[in-house]
Design a binder for this molecule. Structure first.
Ligand SMILES: Cc1ncc(COP(=O)(O)O)c(C=O)c1O
Length: 360
């Protein structure tokens, strides 16, 4: 068996320990004589899996009691619609545009009401996070929306925007569980799990209870109403059961690593190895302003498209996979999520050094 260092932006690397455990339990989960894939979502075994997963993410993120944790389907993109359908009571919302995912979320919300784009970093190809300390937050806005870590461009909010009392909604798909967060600062935190937590097919929504109401926009489907999902404890219909089971294993793994403070320390250490190298390299250049650099997604370029392509090809041959940048920006991108071991980043930097010597 050969495992590569997988720098994919998502679906992405998962802890090997988790994959091995899941493999061991594939045919017989905990004496049930069946796989979790084959199990009724109404069974006691599955109930224990989802209850334990919820308890563990609550502990990891220190989620206050007045927030619900929902395990839903439809990916992060479905939340682009669910959020306005459920929360746009005045049909007005403010969006901060820091990349494609925020742009898409804003465009979707526009189907339901007025969207004010109160800040943007489009002027410099989303290579920074705008100053959000004193934004023109709309008086009648139902919420202020951000994409907290921009997977494609490699930027991350280091301080949350001043929403002037409005509810903050954050897409944390690509920084979920990478560091401690103060959940009480948000109305909704949500993310697709396929980057930092588990297999594609699950989206986790952490939502303050007062935002869960029956007062949703007319025509909102039953399935897409937070209240339906919250009342049924994520079991209104058949949930993505196997995905939730893997998420639960990753939560246990994170607890074993020392929790989110330990992950932050480890992620900072990993990212520093790569950024320090980029900062002194004569061939490669990071594309993001230093203050706003993501710990999870690190884009870089040589400035020469052909050389970029050569790098990606040779890296792959050396067991360093999925380093091609997003199709809209080109260059390279190394996604170094929680489960990427430090050895993976060291191997990448060693390869980059060698490539630099050979190609400069
Ligand atoms: C920050 C962010 N939001 C949303 C999405 C869309 O996620 P999904 O494919 O689960 O809809 C992605 C996917 O890469 C992402 O990186």
């Amino acid at each position: 068996m050969k495992r590569v260092y997988n720098f994919s932006a998502g679906p992405a690397v998962l802890p090997e320990e988790v994959l091995k455990e899941a493999a061991d339990e594939m045919l017989d989960y905990n004496g049930t004589g069946m796989s979790v894939m084959e199990m009724s979502h109404r069974s006691q075994s599955f109930q224990e899996i989802i209850d334990t997963a919820e308890a563990d993410i609550r502990e990891l993120m220190n989620i206050p009691d007045n927030y619900k944790v929902l395990f839903l389907q439809g990916g992060a993109s479905q939340q682009f619609a669910m959020i306005p359908m459920n929360l746009m009571k005045n049909r007005v919302a403010d969006y901060i545009i820091t990349g494609q995912w925020a742009k898409k979320a804003a465009a979707e919300a526009e189907k339901y009401g007025k969207v004010n784009r109160i800040a943007s970093s489009a002027d410099k190809t989303f290579s920074y996070i705008p100053d959000c300390s004193d934004l023109p937050v709309s008086e009648d806005a139902d919420y202020v929306y951000i994409c907290e870590n921009n997977t494609i461009y490699g930027t991350k909010y280091k301080t949350l925007p001043n929403t002037k009392g409005k509810t903050l909604i954050a897409d944390v798909s690509s920084c979920f569980l990478s560091e401690p967060v103060d959940v009480s600062k948000y109305g909704v935190i949500y993310g697709g799990v396929q980057k930092n937590i588990g297999p594609a097919g699950v989206v986790i929504v952490i939502i303050r209870e007062d935002l869960i109401t029956e007062d949703v926009l007319p025509g909102t489907p039953t399935m897409l109403t937070y209240k339906t999902q919250a009342d049924a404890k994520s079991l209104y219909n058949t949930p993505p059961a196997y995905g939730i089971y893997i998420c639960g294993k990753v939560f246990k793994w994170l607890k074993k690593q020392g929790g989110l403070a330990a992950m932050k320390e480890r992620n900072e250490k990993k990212a520093k190895i790569l950024y320090d190298y980029l900062d002194q390299s004569k061939l490669f250049k990071g594309t993001v302003v230093k203050e706003d650099r993501s710990l999870m997604n690190v884009p870089f370029v040589t400035g020469d498209e052909e050389l970029d392509a050569k790098f990606v090809k040779e890296a792959k041959a050396a067991g360093l996979e999925n380093l091609k940048g997003h199709r809209t920006v080109g260059g390279m991108r190394a996604s170094i999520y929680n489960a990427m071991p430090i050895e993976g980043v060291e191997a990448l930097v060693a390869f980059m050094k060698k490539f630099e010597e050979e190609n400069l």
